[in-house]
Each structure stands twice: as structure tokens, then as C-alpha cells.
Write a protein that binds this ligand. Structure first.
Ligand code: UAG
Ligand code: ATP
Ligand code: API
Ligand code: MG
Length: 493
């Protein structure tokens, strides 16, 4: 694309050098720059992109978009100074790929827990409907049936617009994407045209980044001002209620869902067993029955969000009903392993106090024996959630093994030390085993008939992040190996 055209109307502080040149790609990482590309220098939290400008040029960048001062400018390079390089990157990426979000129906999901699960429920509903759906989220980016692995739940703006463009190229009419609070705060989704926004819930997470709950909520709330067709909101969540009042000022419909409050779509006649949950919803004056084959009250909330979206899109209720009752399972979410053990083993991605509480409460309801939980907390992430997770585990489990999750650059034992005071409040027995594999091994050795062992926190992840290294760590394979038997259950491998 011609640079002059690309930067037209952009809020530019200064521009030096030739603007009549072709830009073949846009990059925020100097190591990825190609011939005739644009490098956008971002002043990050760890390092400063401005330090890599010469490397970007060596790799072929001919245009540099930047925010801070740049010394030693080269005459054959174009330098464009802006006030906010992340924001400019989002605007330029959107234009570079010719506004891809405008050419599809885009559904954004935000909230602390449930985003990936709801996107998978929608994936199954659309599959049954026979309409292609792109999915962008924690598990990667699905273009129809093809999975492209990603590094973030919500990609950086350039990557996001490139994926949306690819979705257009493949003639996929709908996309559902998880919109993380980081992405809303860091302008990754700026200028993206969302049709519908879905809100799941808000509870403690990511306060390392947002600093306080109000900022966290404000970041999430942005999505509901970016939508132009409808907002679908959990009316039982207090932050959902706030969003409903905020959305009322907008000229688009707001559909609320819930169990307790006076919502537009309310689940009633709830019956939960160890395989799933049945409930009815009043739709067009008919009491419609649904069964989701994932247990737990939280599954009903996830199902409701998907049902409302499907209903408002005109998807026949029969299709939604069939999809929800035959879900193939969401990788790493309430994944009950198929083992020959006298106890059950569940792998789940619960990594927040609310997530852990929901899953443990659900297991508690159907477990005939003891509930044993193996978990830790991520390093370099919200420290405040650690003792709360300890307390939640103590309240609902019979025995806990506290271990490492992704310690990143923290000392695993100091993370564990932050969890312990919460457990101590409950007086429940626990053990500390820093090495996650040994912790799992110990749980398998303790397990007795009818017990449930929950291995929480890492879900679909197949690695551990220790310092800056990503080390292979596949919980299913490890359990398999420890049990010394054949395949445990390799359905999503
Ligand atoms: C807090 C956060 O989100 N940080 C993101 C941010 O990093 P940053 O601003 O600190 O960047 P930096 O590492 O200081 O580097 C500054 C710039 O120098 C560039 N650079 C760096 C080195 C080099 O050799 N050359 C070069 O050009 C980098 O590409 C970058 O553009 O911008 C980077 C580039 O896009 C992201 O990779 C990085 O995600 C980090 C790795 C991360 O872990 N993010 C997590 C917390 C996250 O975003 N999670 C949410 C999900 C959360 C949820 O559960 O809801 C997500 O959407 O994935
Ligand atoms: N509606 C819900 N309410 C509370 N907890 C939930 C809900 N849905 C799922 N969970 C719990 O949270 C965990 C994570 O679920 P999921 O991956 O769907 O959330 P997410 O919002 O995509 O998380 P992330 O922010 O990490 O992408 C699940 O493994 C489960 O334990
Ligand atoms: N999306 C979440 C994932 C947490 C998963 C957990 N295993 C951890 O590393 O803390 C985050 O970035 O906080
Ligand atoms: Mg997710």
C-alpha cells in the first residue's frame, strides 16, 4: 500500500522523508521486519521498541513510526512521529487490511471467566447451523476447521487485522473473538468494528496490570461502546448490571441473561448432574428446554450467553439445543479424563478465585468421595488472587497440594507462600510440592475410590513458563505416564 495513502488523516506530530513509497507489511517487532516494511516503535513495559530501530532498518524496514525521540536518522528512511504508537498501529493496520471487521459479523466476548468456553459453544452451534465461524482466542485462531496457534488471547492489532483479513479471504461470514482487558487497554482492538458484545462476569484477576478493580472494569466496559448491533450481558453479575445501565444510553438493543435477576432470558427449572445441566428458558412465550453436557451453574451462564446470541441471529432453537447437548468438550475445561482409576481426574483451566470456586463447588455437588485439588498460581501476575484462591480451595476441597503453575520470573516457593495464608484460614489439610509433576504424582497416590482429583490452572497448556523459558509440560501425557497405562484421552491432542 502507498505510504501517503496509509497515513492520510493520521494524527502526525512530524514526518520526515519520502512518503511516496510502497509499504509491504507492518511490524512492531524489529526481528520480524521485511523488505519495504514499516516498523512501529512501541515503548513497552519491558523494553523500548525505539532501541531496535536500526535492527528494523537492517531487516528491510523503510518507514519508522515512532513516539519518542530518534537520534541518527538515515536519509533514505521515512520517519513519522506520532503521539501514541499503539493507537496509530491499530488505525494503520485496520486501513492496511482494508477494514476487514466491517466485512463480517464480529462478536466480541469479554469478562473474567467463560470467554473461551462460550466461543466454543458458539463454534459448535454454528457448525450445526452450517455457517462458517472464525474463532480468535486463547486456544488459537480457528479459520473454519483450521487452527493457527497464537501467542495471545487477543492478538496485537496488526496480527488481529491480518487474521480478520484472512477470514474475509476464506469467505467466513462470522467471527467470534475473546477480547481481553489487556487488549482493550493496549489499543489492540481499537477501530475494530464489533457488531455484538457479550459480557460474562467480572471478578478478581489481572490487578498487576490494571492496578485496581475500577480500571479493570473500565477496560472491559470499552467493548460495549464499540458495538453497533447489540450487547448481550450477564444481568446477575453486579458489573453486568452496571454495563446494562451504561448501555441503555445507546441506541442498540441490550439483552440480559441470568438465573437470579429479572433478565430478558432467565434459566429456570435447573437440574444439574455429574454430566451436565438441564434448564428451561422462556423464549417467545414458550418454555424451551436445553441441556448442556458440561456440569455446573457456571455452564448455564455460558450456555445462556450462547443461546441469546444464537436466538438473536435467527439460528433455529432446535440447532442450538442439539449443539449444546452434544458438545465435543472444550480442551482443558472441565476435562474428565478417561482412566481406569478408582478415582476421577479432572483437568481444568481455573486460574482465578471465581473460576476455582465454581469448579470446586460443582465437583463437590456430585463427588461421592473426597475432593483433592492440585494447583498453583502464575508468576508475574496478580498477587492478590493467591491467598483468595487458597481460601476458596480450602473451603471446597478436602485436601490440597499446592504447587507451581507458570512461575515465570518469580521464585515458585514465594508464590506458594502467598497462597498458604488463605488455606490456613480454613484449617484444611494441605501439602506443598513445588515440582508440578511430583505434585500430580502425589495426588494420584493419595486418591481413593470415588474421590475426584482436580488439577487446576493450566487446562489446555502444554508447557510451563519457568523464568523466560517455555518447557514442555503436558498434564495428560504426564498422568498417562504416571499411571503406566495406555492413552488417557487424547481427544484434543
Ligand atoms: C502486558 C502486556 O500485555 N504486554 C504486551 C506488550 O508488551 P510490552 O509493551 O511490554 O512490550 P516489550 O516487551 O516491552 O517490547 C516493546 C516493543 O519492543 C519490541 N521489540 C522487542 C525486542 C526486540 O528485539 N525487538 C523489538 O522490536 C516488541 O515487539 C514491542 O513492540 O506488547 C507485546 C507486543 O504486542 C506483547 O507481547 C505483550 O504481551 C505479554 C507478553 C503478555 O504476557 N501479555 C499477557 C498478559 C496478555 O496480553 N494476556 C491477555 C489475556 C489475559 C486474560 O486472561 O484475559 C491476552 O490477550 O493474551
Ligand atoms: N461463566 C463462568 N463463570 C465462572 N467461572 C467459569 C465460567 N466459565 C468457565 N469458568 C471457569 O474458568 C476457567 C476458564 O474458562 P475459560 O477458559 O472459558 O475462560 P476465559 O475467560 O477464556 O479465560 P482467559 O481469560 O484465561 O482467556 C474454566 O476452566 C472454569 O474453571
Ligand atoms: N490468560 C491468563 C492465563 C493464566 C493461566 C495460568 N496458567 C497462569 O499462567 O497464570 C493470564 O494471562 O493471566
Ligand atoms: Mg480464554
Amino acid at each position: 500500500m502507498n505510504l501517503k495513502k496509509l497515513i492520510q488523516g493520521l494524527d502526525i506530530v512530524s514526518c520526515e522523508g519520502e512518503t511516496n513509497r510502497e509499504i509491504t507489511s507492518i511490524h512492531y517487532d524489529s526481528r520480524k521486519c521485511q523488505k519495504n516494511s514499516m516498523f512501529i516503535a512501541i515503548n513497552g513495559f519491558n523494553t523500548d521498541g525505539h532501541e531496535y530501530i536500526s535492527e528494523a532498518i537492517e531487516n528491510g524496514a523503510t518507514t519508522i513510526l515512532y513516539k519518542n525521540e530518534v537520534n541518527k536518522k538515515q536519509s533514505h528512511i521515512t520517519y513519522i512521529k506520532v503521539k501514541n504508537s499503539r493507537l496509530a498501529m491499530a488505525t494503520l493496520s485496520n486501513r492496511f487490511y482494508d477494514y476487514p471487521s466491517k466485512k463480517m459479523k464480529l462478536i466480541g466476548i469479554t469478562g473474567t471467566n467463560g470467554k473461551t468456553t462460550i466461543s466454543f459453544l458458539l463454534g459448535e452451534i454454528f457448525k450445526q447451523w452450517g455457517v462458517k465461524l472464525g474463532i480468535i482466542g486463547t486456544l488459537g485462531n480457528y479459520l473454519g476447521e483450521t487452527l493457527y496457534k497464537g501467542t495471545h488471547t487477543t492478538p496485537e492489532s496488526v496480527d488481529l487485522q491480518q487474521i480478520l483479513h484472512q477470514i474475509n479471504e476464506e469467505h467466513i461470514p462470522y467471527t467470534v473473538m475473546e477480547v481481553s482487558s489487556h487488549s482493550l487497554e493496549l489499543n489492540r482492538v481499537e477501530d475494530t468494528n464489533f457488531d455484538i458484545g457479550i459480557f460474562t462476569n467480572l471478578s478478581q484477576d489481572h490487578l498487576d496490570f490494571h492496578k485496581n478493580f475500577q480500571n479493570y472494569f473500565q477496560a472491559k466496559a470499552k467493548l460495549f461502546h464499540m458495538t453497533d448491533k447489540a450487547n448481550i450481558i450477564n444481568g446477575d453479575d453486579i458489573y453486568g448490571e452496571k454495563l446494562i445501565s451504561l448501555s441503555k444510553g445507546r441506541e442498540i438493543p441490550v439483552y440480559s441473561y441470568g438465573i437470579k435477576n429479572n433478565c430478558d432470558f432467565v434459566a429456570k427449572n435447573i437440574k444439574i448432574d455429574n454430566k451436565g445441566a438441564f434448564f428451561t428458558v422462556n423464549i417467545e412465550n414458550n418454555s424451551e428446554g436445553f441441556y448442556i453436557n458440561i456440569p455446573g451453574i457456571f455452564s448455564i451462564y455460558n450456555a445462556l450467553a450462547a443461546i441469546v446470541l444464537a436466538y438473536t441471529e435467527g439460528i433455529p432453537l432446535e440447532i442450538t439445543r442439539k449443539a449444546l447437548s452434544n458438545l465435543p468438550g472444550v480442551p482443558g475445561r472441565f476435562e474428565m479424563l478417561d482412566t481406569n482409576t478408582p478415582y476421577g481426574i479432572i483437568i481444568d483451566y481455573a486460574h482465578t478465585p471465581a473460576g476455582l470456586e465454581n469448579i470446586l463447588k460443582t465437583i463437590r455437588e456430585f463427588s461421592k468421595g473426597n475432593v483433592i485439588v492440585v494447583f498453583g498460581c502464575g508468576g508475574d501476575r496478580d498477587k492478590g488472587k493467591r491467598p483468595i484462591m487458597g481460601e476458596v480451595a480450602g473451603l471446597y476441597a478436602d485436601f490440597m497440594i499446592i504447587t507451581s503453575d507458570n512461575p515465570r520470573n518469580e521464585e515458585p516457593l514465594s508464590i506458594i507462600k502467598d497462597i498458604v495464608p488463605g488455606i490456613k484460614k480454613t484449617g484444611k489439610p494441605y501439602k506443598i510440592i513445588e515440582d508440578r509433576k511430583s505434585a500430580i504424582k502425589s495426588a494420584l497416590a493419595i486418591g481413593k475410590k470415588d474421590d475426584i482429583i482436580l488439577i487446576a490452572g493450566k487446562g489446555h497448556e502444554r508447557y510451563q513458563i519457568i523464568q523466560n523459558e517455555i518447557i514442555p509440560f503436558d498434564e495428560k501425557k504426564i498422568i498417562n505416564q504416571l499411571l503406566g497405562e495406555g492413552e488417557v484421552d487424547a481427544k484434543d491432542d
